[in-house]
Design a protein around this ligand. Structure first.
Ligand code: SF4
Length: 426
C-alpha cells in the first residue's frame, strides 16, 4: 500500500473528523470495506478523502481511488462532494467559505498568470478576460454561494479569524457558533479594555470637529499629502509609516468619546472625519474592514461620520448609514468625469465633493447630485502653498449658489484684495 500520498491543499478546506467519528469510520471500513473511493487529481494527489485514506491505513485495508478529470473548478468539485457527505453547521460552512475564498484567490492568480502567457498571442479578448481574477467582493460571494451561506456570514467569520485564530478554529470545528464567537469577542472588545477616543481636529479639517483613524496609510501617492508627512514625522505613533495599517484598538473610539457638556450646542460638534490619515476606500483595504467600520458608524448614531476618498468607484460596494456624508476629492479637471459618473449612484444620505486643494478651474455644470462642496487651498503644514485662482473659486461659488448647494470655505482659503484705482496718466 502506498502510504505516502500527498493531500492537495483544497482537500484541507474541510475540518477533519473528531477522534470518535474517525474511530467509527475505521470500524466501518474494517467491517464493510471502503464504500466510497478516494478522489485523486491527475498527479495522484488526494483531493478528497483524507479521513477515509487515513482510516484505510489504520484498518490495513487497501484503498480504492478514482481520478478527477473534470474541466471545471477543482474547488467547486471538492466542496460539492463534501457538502453532500458532511453534516456541517451554518457557522462551519461559513468557515469553509473563508478557506474557499482564499483558494479561489490562488486559482485566480494562476489564471492571471496563464492569461499573461497568452497575452500577445492573438487570443480572443473574451478568453483573456475569462482568465482574469475575480474582484474580491465577487470571490467572497462565489465562495458563500458554493457552500450555501450568506456573504455577510462569510465576512463575519473573516473578521473573527482576523481577530482571533483560536476562536476561528473553535467555530470551524463546530465547538461554538458565529454568534457565540461574536459574544466572546465583544467582551474582549470591552471599551474599558481599549480607551481610545477620537482626536479633536485642527484647522486642517475644521469642517469636522473630530478625526478618527481606525485605518492609516495610503497608496494614492498625492504630492500634497499632509498625512504622509505626519506619519513620517511621528514614527512612534506610526510604526508602519504610511503603509496600510488597521488599528483595532481604535474601533471603540466612537463609544469612548463623549462630547464635552460645554460644547454640546456647538455647530458641527458631532461631525467626525473618518480616516484623515488614509483613504479608507483605497483598493488595498479589505472589504470586511470597511464593512466593520460602517457597522460601527451605524451603531453609534450620536455621531455624524464624514468619509472622503479619491477612489469613488469603491463607494459603490457599500450602502452608507443614515448618519454619514460621503465625498470624493475633485481637485483637478481630470477627476470631474469620474465624480459625475459615480457619485449619483452612491447610496449615501449626503454626498459631497471636496475641492481641496482646488488646483484647476473645474468644469462642473449640473450639481443636482451634490449636497455640499468644500473648497480649499493646497497647504504645506500651516503654510498655504498654492492658493487657487480667484476666478476658479468665484465660478464654483456662483454655480453652487445658482443651484442652492452649500459650500464650505476652508480657513486656508482667503483673498486679500490689493487692487488700485486707475489714476490718470502722469
Ligand atoms: S488620498 Fe489622502 S491620504 Fe492618500 S495620499 Fe492622497 S492626500 Fe494622502
Amino acid at each position: 500500500m502506498n502510504k505516502n500520498r500527498e493531500f492537495h491543499p483544497v482537500a484541507n478546506i474541510f475540518p477533519t473528523m473528531n477522534p470518535d467519528e474517525f474511530n467509527d469510520l475505521v470500524s466501518d471500513i474494517e467491517k464493510n470495506g471502503l464504500l466510497e473511493s478516494i478522489w485523486l487529481d491527475k498527479d495522484g494527489v488526494i483531493i478528497d478523502g483524507r479521513n477515509r485514506y487515513s482510516a484505510c491505513l489504520k484498518a490495513g485495508i487497501e484503498p480504492t481511488f478514482r481520478t478527477w478529470e473534470g474541466q471545471g473548478s477543482l474547488i467547486e468539485f471538492v466542496v460539492s462532494l463534501n457538502l453532500k457527505r458532511r453534516h456541517l453547521t451554518a457557522s462551519q460552512k461559513a468557515c469553509v467559505a473563508v478557506e474557499v475564498e482564499e483558494h479561489l484567490a490562488i486559482e485566480a492568480k494562476e489564471r492571471q498568470k496563464e492569461a499573461g502567457k497568452l497575452y500577445g498571442e492573438n487570443h480572443p479578448k473574451e478568453e483573456l478576460v475569462a482568465k482574469l481574477p475575480q474582484p474580491l467582493g465577487r470571490s467572497r460571494d462565489t465562495a458563500a454561494k458554493m457552500v450555501g451561506v450568506s456573504g455577510r456570514y462569510v465576512s463575519d467569520v473573516k473578521r473573527i479569524k482576523r481577530q482571533s485564530a483560536e476562536i476561528f478554529d473553535s467555530v470551524a470545528s463546530g465547538e461554538i457558533t458565529i454568534q457565540k464567537a461574536n459574544q466572546i469577542l465583544l467582551k474582549q472588545d470591552d471599551p474599558t479594555v481599549s480607551n481610545s477616543k477620537f482626536n479633536e481636529s485642527n484647522e486642517n479639517i475644521d469642517w469636522a470637529k473630530w478625526s478618527w483613524n481606525p485605518v492609516t496609510g495610503c497608496r494614492n501617492g498625492c504630492l500634497y499629502c499632509y498625512g504622509r508627512s505626519i506619519a513620517t514625522h511621528y514614527p512612534e505613533t506610526f510604526p508602519k509609516g504610511f503603509d496600510y495599517d488597521v488599528h483595532r484598538d481604535r474601533f471603540n473610539a466612537p463609544r469612548n468619546t463623549k462630547i464635552p457638556e460645554a460644547k454640546i450646542q456647538e455647530e458641527g460638534i458631532r461631525n467626525v472625519f473618518v480616516c484623515s490619515m488614509a483613504d479608507l476606500f483605497g483598493d488595498w483595504v479589505e472589504i470586511e474592514v470597511i464593512r466593520e467600520i460602517l457597522d460601527i458608524c451605524s451603531n453609534t448614531p450620536q455621531w455624524n461620520y464624514i468619509f472622503l476618498t479619491k477612489n469613488p468607484k469603491r463607494l459603490l460596494e457599500f450602502e452608507f448609514p443614515a448618519n454619514s456624508a460621503v465625498g470624493t476629492t475633485v481637485d483637478v479637471k481630470s477627476r470631474v468625469a469620474t465624480a459625475v459618473e459615480i457619485m449619483p449612484q452612491v447610496k449615501a444620505p449626503i454626498k459631497f465633493i471636496s475641492c481641496e486643494p482646488l488646483l484647476e478651474d473645474l468644469e462642473l455644470d449640473d450639481l443636482s447630485w451634490i449636497d455640499w462642496i468644500i473648497i480649499g487651498s493646497q497647504t504645506d503644514g500651516a503654510r498655504i502653498a498654492v492658493h487657487p485662482e480667484w476666478a476658479w473659486i468665484k465660478r464654483l461659488q456662483e454655480l453652487a449658489d445658482s443651484q442652492n448647494i452649500p459650500t464650505y470655505w476652508k480657513p486656508n482659503l482667503y483673498r486679500k484684495f490689493k487692487n488700485y484705482p486707475k489714476f490718470p496718466a502722469a
